[in-house]
Unconditional design. Sequence first.
Length: 264
Amino acid sequence: MNEKIIQKVRENIPLIHHLTNAPTMNFVANGTLAFGASPVMAKSIDEAADMAKNADAVYINIGTVAAEDIPAMIAAGKAGNEKGIPVLVDPVGNAATPFRSQAVDRILAEVKPTVIKGNAGEIAHLAGMDWKVKGVDSVGDGNIEDAAKLVAEKYDTAVVVSGKTDVICVGERIFTNDTGHHYLTLVTGGGCLLGSIMCSCLSTDDSIEEQLLTAVEFYGLAAEYAVAQDHVKGPGTFMATFLDALSMDTAILKGEKQHESINS
């Protein structure tokens, strides 16, 4: 983890343009703010491209996509490409229905993603591999590193597969991260917020592997720190404490300091 990337995010306060799903907007916005970036949720076709032109990264998440949302996602993504800022695509539940799969295909046909982030089932579907899914959740197993490499080559992009062990593919290189806690799977928006933290880190001038590794490791450390607090008894108390943890110095999350926040 490159702690300087987190410092840069908090100094620069990048604007992250989210085209994301309704159930998680509040959690994602609050988590992005806690981390140190600035979220905006603008999904109307009337302003999506203009907002992207003013942003430092674009985050396209199809969690609750409707047919009318797709043109705005494409417009924002293309504007982000033209500006040269990072564009992250999260193909939520793309294997669940033909509509979702086709929506992702439409977006990726016109938008060049900097990163594609998804769970194992979503990435395997993009790779054309059989993988068991249940709604938007991945419940199958297989060689996810192979799937990540196939998707990275197919779309000429970096790939992040979130899970118990996160897998990051940049070119032919594979990196992994084991920080985190299963409570993240019990909070609606755990994966969505990770995408926003990744966008925030992608806004810096560091290498993409360092940016992505920093995002996933810090996110996992924040979850581990939150779970370790005595008052956290389940997903509800975890969620609030996790948001607090996202604002903290990495030294605190690692247990090197006890009662200090980066914003204090």
